[in-house]
Design a protein around this ligand. Sequence first.
Ligand code: LLP
Length: 431
Amino acid sequence: MLHENLSINAMGHLCIAGADTVSLAKKYGTPLMVMDEQRIRRNLRIYKEAMAKHFGEGSFPAFASKSFSCKYIYRIAREENVGIDIVSSGELYTALEAGFDVSKSFFHGNNKTDFDINYGIDNGVGYFVVDNMTELDAIDRVACEKGIVQKVILRLTPGIDPHTHASIMTGQVDSKFGIAIETGQADEAVKYTLTKKNISLEGFHCHIGSQIFDIKPFCDAGKIMIEYISHLKKELGYEASILNLGGGFGVRYIDAQPELDYEEFIRLISRFIDDEVKSSGIKKPTIVMEPGRSIVADSALTLYTVGGTKEIPGFKSYVSVDGGMPDNPRYALYQADYTVCLASRMNDKADFRCTVAGRCCESGDLLQENVDLPRPQRGDVLAVLVTGAYNYSMASNYNRIPRPAVVGIKDGEDFEIIKRETFADLTRNDL
Ligand code: LLP
């Protein structure tokens, strides 16, 4: 099947990490997200090992927790001894609650509020990834008030078009994120940062986008960033000690997409970096990467119960399920590709072409179009595969639909990671 943690058992049911999804749907109810813990750890280890091997000891991945943020995942990050990328005080709070050592965190975002800066400094955040100079002033001011020197790295835009969906492309000069190298603004920002007494400039960051299958833009970005570091050494005598290359490696959602060899990607990027380091004579910085999707996406799937099926003669057929854009807004937002199957009847002939619709009062609430399934019956369990990234973390309560439960599978045992929201949760803050 699509990934090696998926299989079909003797009853013709879809399994993840060997667990029968139909039994899980019965036990926990639907919609239900099921996560394979071994897969998350495996993915983290691929990065850890490949980065140490090719970038050198000291390099490490910082899990981009915007892709899936909850206490469970920060505990895994802690156990696997990786860093994290956080983008809000809420993510930071969750990491702290999980006992994560946030000195290994990178605090991102194009608009860190004064609250975020104070909260981050008070809790010992490792690095602020500074987006602009107004923000740098604010960090410097708060650090001065607290009598500390705060480590930062500057987010730069290397001017790369990574050929991905426009909403998840970030490395180009015209971006709400970062400071452009091309316009000369990065030079100004570095000079300005180096004048700040309560700021220690440790290096630079770039992130070119997400769900990228082509290695070239990553290699180009690595090369441009190292060239830039070398330019700074020549011009200002400043030498960066950290280069954070962001995330963005693509994940296979459908058969037509390749399964990337992340170690090979890392090896190729490192060749570009090493060549540049050698020719420019700078000290090789510690390389950090921030994978999110490629750590959690293929560890999970979402189970739904089929409700109504509707055939509109001369048009198309709809199959409605008991979740939709509140638990997975990615088709509505990006027309994202997903593999959909009937988990309860995996061996039946898939000869019914349909659109899988969510239950919200909104025509755009679709999970996927042009899907071939065995003709679904009310009560069948339907699975959307590869939903571990940017599903739960982007979930909402639209139409006052409670967020689903998330269940983990480890060594053949199932356990709750996040409880299903209750109706009481929905009105908790209503006065
Ligand atoms: N680092 C930074 C600074 C980022 O902005 C992101 C993602 C990452 C790392 C992780 O990228 P990844 O390895 O996951 O591709 N909601 C969209 C994706 C938005 C990505 C935002 N930034 C989606 O559902 O496709």
